[in-house]
Ligand binder design. Structure first.
Ligand SMILES: [Zn+2]
Length: 255
């Protein structure tokens, strides 16, 4: 944790610091070494929050966009009294979880149910090399796009294949396919950041999330994992990290 209560104040770790865990109230000790980022650890136990992961500079850099009052917020379930510490909970109650490590389905489902109104930001640096961004797609919000069903991407293709719901009988086993070259200007004009992608050894857990999932591959952009429309095909929508931060109540500081 980056914060413990020292004389009732939310405090960052300092040399020889002693505090109280804001979640369980037990004693915490400041760890100010040179290997891990400075943090607070429970004096007599592992973290009281099994969902808490060891923090890296990546976590800290993300959380620092929100003021301290919104970081590491203890969230208590009204039903079960269970407590966990959210990385960020902003002024309108949206929880942002910055996640480095993989997790199983059970943990994913529990965490999403516990916080409800939340988004995931996933550190994608370890699997970025397995992801290839493919053809550009039109805006799924467009009326024409709503009629389109996009097929899985073709390797090394700037084009994609699609079929139209309106051109085919419901439940048809064969459909008429089209190449995107014939609608390229429509794609270019309506594009709002969506791309097909291929993922070798995918972390499939993220396809099963019920809340917004964003991948951080470094740099100034963020890639949201979304379904293109009512069809089954997932795509990645690129947007600006700064925009995401500001939209969610954080601040982008000049570095
Ligand atoms: Zn605790």
């Amino acid at each position: 944790m980056q914060f413990s209560l020292v004389n009732g104040n939310k405090s960052a770790p300092f040399l020889k610091g002693v505090g109280l865990c804001p979640a369980c109230g037990n004693k915490t000790i400041a760890k100010c070494g040179s290997v891990k980022v400075w943090h607070w650890a429970h004096a007599n136990q592992e973290s009281c929050d099994p969902w808490w992961e060891n923090e890296t500079p990546w976590h800290r850099a993300w959380k620092a966009h929100w003021s301290i009052e919104y970081q590491e917020i203890v969230h208590t379930s009204k039903e079960s009294n269970e407590r966990h510490i959210a990385d960020v909970r902003n002024s309108v109650g949206l929880v942002l979880e910055f996640q480095n490590s993989p997790m199983n389905d059970q943990e994913l489902a529990s965490r999403e149910a516990f916080y409800g109104n939340m988004v995931w930001v996933i550190n994608g640096s370890s699997f970025q090399k397995n992801i290839k961004i493919c053809a550009k797609l039109p805006s799924p919000e467009n009326q024409i796009s709503k009629d389109m069903r996009i097929c899985a991407p073709q390797l090394n293709s700037k084009e994609f294949l699609y079929w139209l719901v309106s051109e085919n009988e419901p439940g048809a086993t064969m459909v008429e396919m089209h190449g995107s070259h014939r609608i390229q200007s429509f794609v270019d004009e309506t594009h709002t950041g969506h791309h097909l992608f291929m993922w070798k050894h995918p972390r499939e857990i993220w396809f099963r999330s019920q809340v917004p999932v964003y991948f951080d591959f470094g740099g100034e952009t963020l890639w949201q994992l979304v379904k293109f429309n009512a069809g089954p095909t997932f795509c990645l929508r690129v947007s600006s990290k700064a925009e995401f931060i500001v939209k969610n109540g954080g601040q982008v500081r000049a570095s």
